[in-house]
Design a protein around this ligand. Sequence first.
Ligand code: SF4
Length: 340
Amino acid sequence: MDVPRLRRVLLRWFARSKRPLPWRQTRDPYAIWVSEVMLQQTTVAAVIPYYARFMARFPTILSLATGDEDAVLEMWSGLGYYARARNLRLGAQVLARNHNGTFPRDVETAMTIKGVGRYTASAVTSLAYGARVAAVDGNVFRVLSRLYAARDLTSPRAQQLATNLLSARAPGAWNEAMMELGATVCLPKRPRCQTCPVRTDCEGRSRPESWGGGRPRRATIKTMVEMALVIRSDRVLLVRTPTGDLMGGLYELPHAGLPGQEEACMALRDRYRGRLRVAPEAVTTIRHAVTHHRIEALIFRARLLKLPSGDAIFQPRGALSRLPLGGLTRKALRAVGIPV
Ligand code: SF4
């Protein structure tokens, strides 16, 4: 492997072929941080509209630090893994308080911020400040394992190989180029070796799929959810889910999850016994994906007997979008003709 040639070729290819993603139009560490957090477990296509809206609402660390948690969750609603949004806001508060409202320039300090791990710290500091640190995400891990034909690559070894390859002249562009190669050319299945810019120096090109399919993916979890639609005087009953829940911290229709296909109505009736009278037939069924969860939701009309304990409110139909609603509830409301 001719490392200087590989660096030259890959950087040239990246300059020519990179996708014009919105977070690539800036060197603002905050904007890059937001994009990196959103991209965790989420595709580029899904993130783009959320990123634009989020940055319009919270354009600076200070605006996020002083922003209301509900407003932050509302901007995140539908992206899933809401702990990311909460940690981002808490991190912004720490930066506003202890770091003059700026993202740290060194990896170790950045990693003291809640929710910022080695990858995110390396990506932000190299892209924004040109710090000489290699960022290894799942794509880069796969590219490395193929470039070096390394079957049992471990994370520390991958970090070491990435550090050895890093371009000292342009560390940020180098990290992005490696990620871009993994995302668009060195794909997990059917990598495009014929058109790959670094094929001459790739030791694994003869059998690319034998080397590192990447870190193991999380298995898909199928979940059946039953939801209750309770409407009184044109107001919709919503409950706030506990923070640890899959949809934690957001407002949802009253719901109950089932680990598989159970008999209709049982979970919802069990959970809201004495509080809701649930109709025997579902109005409709919707499907929803949040990260690795595949949710099938049955929506039942229900009548209120007694307000559920905890955080339950009736919200006027016209004011529903003022609350941070979960993506599943948004979809369910639209499915029954209530615009949100
Ligand atoms: S030649 Fe093939 S296996 Fe090697 S980096 Fe390029 S796409 Fe990946």
